[in-house]
Design a binder for this molecule. Structure first.
Ligand code: SF4
Length: 352
């Protein structure tokens, strides 16, 4: 075993974070947890993971579930394509592998929603197969440990980091080694100023010796998210509210209220709503504002209340739902403020 692996595993044996998906010996649970953990904080996943596993205890249960139910359990976690791909992947594993995830990272990588990172994580953690699982934490730790001072977003540097992980990884504990790297990156070798005084790799670390750990890894500047201005309209008729299920790639399968872009003058909104939904509206009034930050977009939203004028039916796919129906639908977090107003009597009085 390399000195790096020995030091890291000794540290991990004492400091490993306790999580409900660890040490359960269930490849399906490892898969679900790794998908949930992408772009999501551990504390949030701690909340969602047990509920998801209770609803779908086995891969077969997930494969048989309707997509709406899967999305509902994912509601609030964001990046919903992860849930749809996980669901499709479970069906694929039932059809092609008899419901058992394969051990081989190459075979795992051919399953819907399983990329190189997740394949390496499942193979090493659940099956003890030597494989790298390189996420942002691992890129940071290895860049600093090995003093990699090149753009870490390029494929050649990523390959080098993967090679470094494989050369350091002890064959007897590949999963623990990968998880130890992730934990070290999350708790000690953190972005910005790392806690080198608490680090088991300090004496072996190139960046610590050079004093430039805070500058690594080298990553290109990210483009700032694009600001989009929306008017979100809560339109009621007979105690029900107007919604549709999205078919666009972003937030696909989730339910939203009518939205128009560009913040036109208030007097233009009824015509915009009519073009969008087919419905004339009356009593339009603003009820608040909300803001939601996605990775690539910021939604600045004005929230409006209005009543449908007359009994005209909305264009498909718009439809009116009751409060109980709305509760059962999966809405994105961006709609949280609007949803809170949808059936709030104080907000609506005296509209219907
Ligand atoms: S010594 Fe500091 S920079 Fe190096 S791996 Fe440890 S925490 Fe990261």
């Amino acid at each position: 075993m390399t000195p790096e692996a020995a030091a890291l595993l000794a540290w991990y044996d004492v400091h490993k974070r306790s999580m409900p998906w660890r040490d359960v010996g269930n490849p399906y649970a490892t898969w679900v947890s790794e998908i949930m953990l992408q772009q999501t904080r551990v504390e949030t996943v701690m909340d969602y993971f047990p509920r998801f596993m209770e609803a779908f205890p086995t891969l077969a249960d997930l494969a048989q579930a309707p997509e709406d139910r899967v999305l509902k359990l994912w509601e609030g976690l964001g990046y919903y394509s992860r849930a749809r791909n996980l669901h499709q992947g479970a069906k694929q594993v039932m059809a092609e592998y008899g419901g058992v995830l394969p051990r081989d990272p190459q075979a795992l990588g051919r399953i819907r929603g399983i990329g190189e990172y997740t394949a390496g994580a499942i193979a090493s953690i659940a099956y003890g197969v030597p494989a790298a699982a390189v996420d942002g934490n691992v890129i940071r730790v290895i860049s600093r440990l090995r003093g990699i001072r090149e753009n870490a977003a390029t494929p050649s540097v990523k390959r080098r980091i993967t090679g470094e992980v494989l050369s350091l990884q002890p064959p007897e504990r590949p999963g623990d080694f990968n998880q130890a790297l992730m934990d070290l990156g999350a708790t000690v070798c953190t972005p910005g100023t790392p806690s080198c005084e608490d680090c088991p790799l300090q004496g072996l670390c190139d960046a610590f010796a050079a004093g430039d750990a805070e500058d690594l890894p080298l990553l290109p500047d990210k483009r700032p998210p694009r600001l989009l201005c929306w008017d979100v309209l809560l339109i009621r008729s007979g105690g029900r509210i107007l919604v549709r299920q999205r078919t666009e790639a972003m937030l696909k399968g989730l339910w939203v209220f009518p939205m128009t872009e560009g913040h036109p003058a208030e007097k233009q909104l009824p015509a915009a709503v009519r073009r969008l939904t087919g419905l004339p509206v009356k009593g339009l009034r603003q009820a608040g504002e909300a803001r939601h930050v996605f990775t690539h977009q910021i939604w600045q939203m004005r929230l409006w209340l209005a009543a449908a004028d007359g009994d005209a039916a909305p264009h498909a796919p718009w439809r009116f739902v009751t409060e109980a129906e709305l509760q059962s639908l999966a809405l994105p977090t961006a709609m949280k403020a609007a949803r809170a107003l949808a059936f709030d009597p104080a907000a609506w009085a005296p509209l219907p």
